[in-house]
Design a protein around this ligand. Sequence first.
Ligand SMILES: [Zn+2]
Length: 303
Amino acid sequence: MAELTFFTGAMDSGKSTLALQTNHNRQARGLTGLIFSAHDREGAATVSSRLGLTHDAIEVSTGFDFWQFTADTLASGRRIDYFICDEAQFYTSAQVDDLARIVDDLEIDVFCFGILTDFRTRLFPGSARLVELADRTQVLQVEALCWCGRRATHNARVEDGAMVTEGEVIVVGDIGDPAAQGRVSYEVLCRRHHRRGLTMGSGAAARARLHSHGATGTAGSFGGISGPAFPVPPPGLEAARSGVAALGLARLLKPGVRQSAHAGTTRSSAGGGRARGRDLRPAHQPPGARRHRQYRHADGGRR
Ligand SMILES: [Zn+2]
């Protein structure tokens, strides 16, 4: 009985490696398959694994007709036991419908590999359809890790060194080069850091600021971040992080002060707080002073 199987996981979780291993195992048993991919990092018509393995593939463009292609291939007398479908998140839902039909009507096993959600945390159409139709959906066990050491579950798009949450869904970029300037790259993050927009690059910038201010910080002391990996965002980190992170700190240390911390981030002038998204520190106050005040505040709400 043929099956439609969907293997999913974050970037860096070994999907393409498993796709090529699945192909190898079946070939070794005398089975014949076809390999498909779309927008592979190495270019069109290729499946490439970050471990260095590559294999030729049939490129699945938006207009590619799986059903017609398969019918033509079988009509030419070629045998097909299985499909390996990499980067399946980029397939259209109609193409996934065709794959299910190929499983049911032609008894061809289809193994799909893909990311569930895009950089905006929304399901890719192809992945959504696979979740709806697959006989089995398996989350890969190789865990990708966020820079903080937590399990990475979300994909961040980084443009010119900054995380973005709007734009075209499909923009192929580099992976593992978050500091890339002038081009798009992707980075895997835990949900917490995806929500805060804290990529590895912004964490490194934060560390540099922290050191230049002569302050010290330890992992686990700020915003609930724990684990040995540094870069710990300092309290002085500007932009939206400042308000959000301060809120996280207050919530972590003393749930009761959440309300006042929140008020501090939204109130326009009182208490030294300014508009959210900007540095909360009054102009006359040195960085250390603000940090100190914030910790005291979080500790016991003394103010
Ligand atoms: Zn993280």
